[in-house]
Design a protein around this ligand. Structure first.
Ligand code: ADP
Ligand code: 5GP
Length: 187
């Protein structure tokens, strides 16, 4: 039976970087592609980073009961995990890795219990988050400010996770994540 590994953190903490690193290791992990109503950023493609939908399409999927969990992470910007996506990965014999917001992460952990490991990526500070988002260069200053504003609240969720990894030095955080996830999958 497949296992589930959940990564959550405020935007800019480095969770996509760490998740992408883990996907390259020999851990039989497959990324759970979420659905979202935000627009693609840069080179993002439908069915790769996300399934992109209009807010109307997203609301229809909510009505149809297609989500394991969903959140309106920012105003009018929905993000959610499709039940069919998790089934697809489990049925193919893989372990699932999620990159979801803190509330979604807690909900998925509650749903799967011991089959899931929830990991919180802790940034060194809110100021450092802002700098990373500016340096990433993928969002407008307005979007960055709304993400930073939300970060203080999101950081209060850290104690609810199974493990907290501090992402100050990236290589150290990657090594720690690899060890923790490998150990969990070997249980
Ligand atoms: P998230 O998925 O949490 O929003 P990203 O993985 O996109 O965050 O990281 C945000 C930005 O910060 C990226 O440009 C990434 O390269 C950079 N970054 C990640 N970890 C570190 C780190 N330890 N030190 C400096 N920059 C980092
Ligand atoms: P971004 O717009 O930077 O890709 O993601 C914004 C936030 O939405 C991040 O915190 C990301 O982890 C979260 N997110 C992505 N997919 C999902 C999902 O399926 N469910 C929930 N609850 N949050 C998600």
């Amino acid at each position: 039976m497949g296992h589930l590994v959940i990564f959550s953190a405020p935007s800019g903490s480095g969770k996509s970087t760490i998740v992408n690193y883990l996907l390259l290791q020999n851990l039989n992990l497959q990324f759970s592609i979420s659905a979202t109503s935000r627009l693609p950023r840069g080179e993002e493609k439908h069915g790769v980073e996300y399934y992109f939908h209009t807010p109307e399409e997203f609301r229809q999927k909510i009505t149809n009961g297609e989500f394991l969990e969903y959140e309106e992470v920012y105003t009018d910007k929905f993000y959610g995990t499709l039940k069919a996506e998790v089934e697809r990965i489990i049925n193919s014999g893989g372990n699932v890795i999620f990159d979801v917001d803190v509330v979604g992460g807690c909900n998925i952990k509650k749903y799967y219990g011991d089959r899931a490991l929830s990991v919180f990526i802790q940034p060194p500070s809110v100021e450092e988050l802002r700098s990373r988002l500016i340096a990433r260069g993928t969002d407008s200053l307005e979007v960055i400010e709304s993400r930073v504003e939300k970060a203080e609240y999101e950081l209060t969720f850290a104690p609810q996770f199974d493990v907290i990894i501090m992402n100050n030095d990236l290589d150290t955080a990657k090594a720690e994540a690899l060890k923790i996830v490998s150990d969990f999958l070997a249980e």
